[in-house]
Design a protein around this ligand. Structure first.
Ligand code: PLP
Length: 386
């Protein structure tokens, strides 16, 4: 063969012998078949082979198996982002005329997808308050197909009684979906609480190093197969390289979450006893309004802490400008501690009435407590409060 041909074909397609310990990045879009009979076997579901990376790829499947194992699920799927997971799940499970009940306190992207984009395809969203979620039997109509909710909720870390909502959905034959991003599967197991689908932005704790955008969903084989069909058509799967990085990050999730939980508790306790801070929101503090629910359904309270400086945007923006260790950035769940101001990010442009309804003030800062030494984090907040 000529050099051009050899250059392309040598060194490829011989993966049987190295027997690597860790799953490598299968950086390929397509897979080889030996014969028409092999393709036929694949089409008829009688073959473990792969066809095309938009359908599946060994690196991606390896990471998906980790997510399924973590969530205690029959199956899991990975996506290019949390929003790719959300949009694919909703498009797979609903059609024109169907109603989706969604917590009004929800991730901004989810809110706008349901309020602005999906209604153009005939979907009927209905947003419900925390009080309505506390009495879930009364929420449903005959057209309700999906209930979508979060716990803990950004930025106040209010918690919903997950089992209660899940049981009410199951009794009505409605699919329940919990966005478990803030808790992480180490601190909260949605499927064990009776939820049908556990969704999360893998961009956050699951990957944990602020360098991969990805999403995930876990659940029963039946539901996951329906979502997989939609994922093939929408093309919302992730790529092999980010799937590899995610699988690598996930291997340390347990030890990272233990440290996030401990650091956040220490930071929250420091802020709670500091007179310059008017309010601290952390589910691990007995004073948090949902501490009892959180204790009942979580085995750790997570790394997110919210504080209020008397409702004053002027004071909180000075705190924001004066921290050194906490980095001024959105997102969460990475090894680095981050600070953001809800009125400049998730609640940007909201009126005073909308903020009051969500229990949010202009003096709030949200902390994603990272893995630094807690004494250094507390010293940074102390000097910035000064
Ligand atoms: C970040 C986030 C999302 C969206 O995930 P992306 O990976 O950014 O698409 C969804 N829900 C919650 C709670 C999030 O924090």
């Amino acid at each position: 063969m000529q050099p051009a041909t050899r250059l392309i074909h040598s060194g490829e397609g011989d993966l049987g012998h190295p027997a690597p310990l860790t799953t490598p990045i299968y950086e390929t879009t397509t897979f080889l078949f030996e014969s028409a009979a092999e393709v036929l076997a694949f089409n008829e579901g009688r073959s473990p082979k792969y066809l095309y990376s938009r359908y599946g790829n060994p690196t991606i499947v390896s990471a998906e198996q980790k997510v399924a194992a973590l969530d205690g699920a029959e199956a899991a799927l990975l996506f290019a982002s949390g929003m790719a997971a959300t949009s694919t799940i909703l498009m797979a499970l609903t059609g024109a005329g169907d109603e989706v009940i969604c917590s009004a306190a929800i991730y901004g992207g989810t809110l706008h997808l349901l309020a602005d984009l999906l209604p153009r395809f005939g979907l009927k969203p209905r947003f419900v308050s925390l009080d309505e979620l506390a009495k879930p039997e009364a929420m449903f109509t005959d057209r309700t197909k999906v209930v979508w909710f979060e716990s803990p909720i950004n930025p106040t870390l209010r918690c919903v009684d997950v089992r209660k909502v899940a049981n009410a959905c199951r009794a009505r034959g409605v699919v329940s979906v919990l966005d478990n991003t803030f808790a992480s599967p180490i601190n909260q197991q949605p499927l064990a609480l009776g939820v049908d689908l556990a969704m999360q932005s893998a961009t956050k704790y699951l990957n944990g190093h602020s360098d991969v955008t990805a999403g995930a969903v876990s659940g029963s084989k039946t539901l996951i197969e329906r979502i997989d069909k939609a994922r093939r058509l929408l093309g919302t799967i992730t790529d092999p390289a980010p799937a590899y990085a995610l699988a690598r990050g996930m291997k340390t999730l347990t030890v990272r979450m233990e440290r996030h939980n401990r650091n956040a508790q220490a930071v929250a306790e420091f802020l709670e006893q500091d007179r310059r801070v008017s309010q601290v929101y952390y589910p691990g503090l007995p004073a948090h309004p949902d501490h009892a629910i959180a204790r009942a359904q979580m085995c750790g309270f997570g790394g997110m802490v919210c504080l209020d400086l008397g409702g004053s945007f002027d004071r909180v923006s000075r705190l924001f400008d004066h921290v050194h260790l906490f980095k001024r950035a959105v997102s969460l769940g990475g090894v680095e501690s981050l600070i953001s101001l809800p009125v400049l990010t998730s609640q940007w442009g909201h009126t005073d009435a909308q903020l009051a309804e969500a229990g949010i003030t202009r003096g709030m800062a949200r902390l994603s407590v990272g893995l630094e030494d807690p004494q250094d984090l507390i010293a940074d907040l102390d000097q910035a409060l000064g």
